[in-house]
Design a protein around this ligand. Structure first.
Ligand code: GAF
Length: 389
């Protein structure tokens, strides 16, 4: 997106000039799904699609937000207002308001109002974490404009808190962490137990990652997500009757075998099995990347999808159609659904020379089976939030 077009947009809406332009990426996840809220491993990357914000200070205590995507009213409130915005058509503003509220509650001085014009090019509902992109955009803007000494990890935590407390999604920290810690051409291996992380270079591969979006609307995904979080919590409590563990990620295969009897519920055992195997796959994936073994990485990615579909039960006909069709195409090392599931997107790790064939074949099969079009995005792996020069 051109900086000038964003500044022009600001001027049109607010009738004065914008001061600074910022960008915050979205994310994909190579492997390690539904592990973050179980203190496990994941390997996301920040991507070149994301959210832009044009900022200008005000002389009073009012905050004004405008979304170019929603094209509704300007949402305004005093900087001191800590209550979520209730009107359904203005819920998008809660991501900004949550960050602002929790930064102020953390003791950072943000007392002056501001105007903010927002535009995102992440496809709506594609599961590429537009919400974390917005939260980390707000964090970066407030950190920069108000000179507050907040750490990146704290910003990621406050983004997660915004999801958990302002929006009611009991999500883990992977999305905010991926966006905040994003590094050009690197995946971020995150351990959610310790919030320690390592960068894994992804630029020497002759394979690229393609996003395949279902274009399906998923209104019930949040409640299904919170159900999975609860099931993991319930299984953990049952295991803790005999085991001294603090999360499902403390389990290895042997313990899973030996102690499943404590859970004694087929669905909960499936959920735990996914977490244990997904952590192991993510660990293995780091070796595959280090040794450049893309075939192996692909098989791990495929196995992740199978586990998410059958053990965790968060896939859907739409996601399975994308992934199963991709598996059959030449040059595809692996494919799987990403994010929370049910709708959203899948990724394929594909040889550069076979990208066009992949898109053509998957498109045709998807349209025929599902009845509408899938979308495809080639993205770059990029740095985290920043001011644009
Ligand atoms: C969503 C959540 F926000 C993340 O925290 C993570 O749990 C993911 O689903 C599944 O891995 O994106």
């Amino acid at each position: 997106m051109e900086k000038q077009a964003l500044l022009d947009g600001f001027k049109k809406v607010f009738g004065r000039s914008g001061q600074d332009v910022f960008f915050s990426p979205g994310r994909i996840n190579l492997i390690g799904e539904h592990t973050d809220y179980n203190n496990g491993l994941s390997m996301p990357c920040a991507i070149s699609l994301g959210t832009y914000g044009v900022f200008a200070p005000r002389n009073d205590d009012q905050v004004e937000l405008y979304s170019q995507n929603i094209k509704g009213n300007i949402v305004s409130f005093p900087v001191t207002d800590e209550t979520p915005i209730a009107r359904p058509e203005e819920q998008w503003a809660n991501y900004f308001k949550g960050m602002l509220t929790y930064l102020r509650q953390s003791g950072y001085e943000i007392n002056n109002g501001f105007s903010l014009y927002v535009y995102g090019n992440l496809p709506y509902g594609a599961g590429l974490s537009s919400s974390a992109s917005i939260e980390m955009l707000m964090g970066e803007i407030l950190k920069d404009e108000y000179n507050i000494p907040v750490s990146n990890i704290q910003l990621a935590r406050l983004g997660q808190r915004t999801e958990n407390e302002f929006l009611g999604l009991k999500s883990g920290i992977m999305d905010q962490f991926a966006v905040r810690m994003g590094k050009k051409n690197n995946a971020v291996l995150l351990n959610s137990a310790t919030l320690s992380y390592q960068y894994k270079p992804m630029d020497n591969l002759d394979y690229i990652l393609i996003i395949m979006s279902t274009n399906k609307k998923h209104s019930l995904a949040n409640s299904a997500y919170n159900d999975r979080v609860k099931q993991c919590h319930d299984a953990l409590q049952l295991l803790q009757q005999k085991l001294e563990i603090s999360s499902l990620s403390d389990l290895d295969f042997k313990m899973l075998e030996e102690y499943s009897y404590l859970i004694n519920n087929p669905v909960l055992i499936q959920r735990v099995r996914h977490v244990v195997t997904e952590n192991a796959r993510t660990q293995e994936a780091t070796h595959a990347i280090q040794t450049g073994d893309m075939e192996y990485l692909g098989r791990l990615i495929n196995a992740s999808h199978v586990s998410l579909a059958y053990d965790y039960e968060v896939s859907s006909k739409e996601l399975d159609t994308l992934v199963n069709t991709a598996w059959q195409q030449p040059g595809v090392a692996g494919a799987r659904m990403i994010g929370g599931g049910f709708a959203g997107s899948a990724i394929a790790l594909v040889k550069r020379s076979q990208v066009d064939n992949l898109k053509a074949k998957v498109s045709a099969v998807y349209r025929q089976k599902i009845g509408y079009d899938a979308s495809f995005y080639d993205v770059e792996i990029v740095d985290g939030p920043r001011k644009i020069d």
